[in-house]
Structure formats: C-alpha cells, structure tokens
Design a protein around this ligand. Structure first.
Ligand code: THU
Length: 151
C-alpha cells in the first residue's frame, strides 16, 4: 500500500509536496538492507494519481541481484497496476548519512525511461528538506532509449 499526496496533475510540485517526498525518502533509509556496501538509499515515487510508493535498496550475497531503491519503488507501483508517475525523490549515503546527492544509476534511469516522460518526469535529489535540486529525466538521460524507439 502507499501513502497519498494531494493530486494536482498539471501543476508544478509545491515546496510542501517536495518536502514531504524528501521526508518520506529519508524515512526509507532505515529499511535499506545493505550488509555489503553500507550505502543506504531511500526513494519516494509520486504517481499521477497522488499515491506515493516507497523504496529502499536491497542487497544480496551474490551481489548482482541487488535492487536499487528507485527500482524497488517503481516495481512496487507497477505490480499494483500503477504506471503513470510525476516525480521521484532519491536520497542516500554511506551509513545513511546524507552528505551528498545520490543520483540514480543508469539501470534505474532506464527503468524510468520505460514508464515516464523524459520531458516531464522529475527527479528530486536531496540531502535535507531545504537542500535539494530537481532534474527532468531528460537531463539525466539525454537521448535515452525508450518504448517510443520500438513503436
Ligand atoms: N543504489 C541505489 O539504491 N540506487 C542507485 O541508483 C545507485 C545505487 C544502491 C545499490 C547498492 O545497494 C548501493 O547503493 C551501493 O551501490
């Protein structure tokens, strides 16, 4: 299940909505399963319908099955039938200390390309509710390959 954030599909995200997504992403750090790297990542994914799906990174002794926080959030949403998204907030740091932004890895950017408009989907990188920057997917994934390329 997911939390709800007020639904305003065509409006820019308010400062309050951004702060709420950052707080939710930070809350997920405690759920990270990171016995190998100790690098905790939390995500809060806002769907067009106002629902917020959370995610944390989940590591594995065989290393490659590790799932990033962003993909955890996306796959939770898609597995519940939700496929339209507005924004994701991502936070992360060694031992959960948020000293720098934690940008999404290439695989997670590719998953975003599958479900999100590169021109519209927003990626919020944050260290606190006051210290953040908002990027469009297109900025982080220029000339990305997506479903449109197979159409
Ligand atoms: N990680 C994420 O959760 N998201 C990213 O986009 C980058 C990396 C995780 C994977 C691994 O558990 C840890 O951070 C160190 O790479």
């Amino acid at each position: 299940m997911s939390k709800e954030l007020s639904k305003e599909p065509n409006k820019e995200l308010s400062k309050g909505q951004i702060a709420s997504l950052i707080e939710t992403a930070i809350e997920q750090l405690s759920y990270s399963y990171v016995p190998y790297s100790g690098f905790r990542v939390g995500a809060a994914l806002l769907a067009e319908n106002g629902a917020v799906y959370t995610g944390c990174n989940i590591e594995n002794a065989a290393y490659t099955p590790t799932n990033c926080a962003e993909r955890t959030a996306f796959f939770k949403a898609v597995s519940e039938g939700v496929k339209n998204f507005r924004a994701i907030c991502v936070v992360g740091g060694q031992d959960g200390k948020l000293t720098d932004f934690a940008p999404p890895c290439g695989v997670c950017r590719q998953v975003m390309m599958e479900f999100c408009s590169p021109e519209e989907f927003e990626i919020i990188l944050a260290t606190t509710t006051e210290s953040y920057k908002v990027y469009k997917l297109k900025e982080l994934m220029p000339m990305g390959f997506g479903p449109g390329n197979l159409a």
